[in-house]
Design a protein around this ligand. Structure first.
Ligand code: T5A
Ligand code: NA
Length: 220
């Protein structure tokens, strides 16, 4: 039986360089004659994605539960096409996934409180149960100082330092339990130059891109 494609997720805080690394990785895979494609979440092109887009650009207000479910629904819109591509042997690089969904929502705090959660962590995790699980997640770990200096920072809703700090804490919590049902989790230092980060990314995915024997798992 032919091997299936690898499902590679790239995660990290805002401005950690996910899209940059994902695009470079795609080029390198294609240069190496490996069938691969790039997807990203949120996918802002669908009707659900358009609602998310205007929320992120602060053009509309949505209840926090509602927006959490929209982000998850946006992933479910693509779940069967992800599965089909992987089974056909195509490798998928995915720029953000359910881990961002959980981290950004579960890190929200109640208005007027310093640390009291607005949404329960388990409640946030549930809508993504059953999505295709990545074979590996590369978590690009950027420091607050470096992120702030990168282009475009601060334009969208969540790009504030206190928000990013809380999001990072939830990512750490996710990384601790994800090994159970979310595939491998690799932390990559993202403060370095684009080229240096790419070398680590490339080495880390090497063994996967020749194809995967193991069946596709489900989250998480
Ligand atoms: N979100 C997302 C949720 O709340 N729930 C969810 O379920 C999901 C999926 C939008 C927001 O949505 C939230 C999280 C986000 O707040 P998005 O559309 O992925 O998510 O966000 P973007 O704005 O597209 O991307 P990011 O801010 O996350 O940036 P990237 O992709 O990490 O960074 P990138 O590659 O675009 O680089 C940023 C800048 O830095 C430079 C680049 O040239 C660029 O200018 N750069 C570097 N500079 C120096 N050294 C390096 N190593 C560099 N790497 C990149
Ligand atoms: Na991005």
């Amino acid at each position: 039986m032919p091997r299936r494609g690898a499902f590679i997720v790239i995660e990290g805080l805002d401005r950690s360089g996910k899209s940059t690394q994902a695009a470079t990785l795609l080029r390198r895979l294609q240069d190496a004659q490996i069938s691969a494609k790039l997807i990203k979440f949120p996918d802002r092109t669908t009707p659900i994605g358009k609602m998310i887009d205007s929320y992120l650009r602060s053009e509309n207000e949505l209840d926090d539960h509602t927006v959490h479910l929209l982000f998850s629904a946006n992933r479910w819109e693509f779940a069967s096409s992800i599965e089909k591509s992987l089974q056909s042997g195509e490798t998928i690089i995915c720029d953000r996934y359910a881990f961002s969904g959980l981290a950004f929502s579960a890190s929200k705090i109640r208005p007027g409180s310093q640390s009291y959660p607005l949404l329960d962590y388990e409640w946030c995790r549930v809508p993504d149960i059953g999505l295709p699980a990545p074979d590996i997640t590369l978590f690009l770990d950027v420091s607050a100082d470096v992120a702030r200096k990168r282009g475009g920072y601060g334009e969208e809703r969540y790009e504030k330092e206190d928000v990013q700090r809380r999001v990072r804490d939830v990512f750490v919590r996710i990384s601790e339990h994800v090994q159970g049902g979310g595939g491998r989790w690799e932390v990559i230092d993202a403060d370095e130059t684009q080229e240096e980060v790419q070398e680590v990314v490339w080495k880390t995915v090497q063994e996967l891109v020749a194809g995967v024997d193991a069946p596709l798992e489900k989250l998480w």
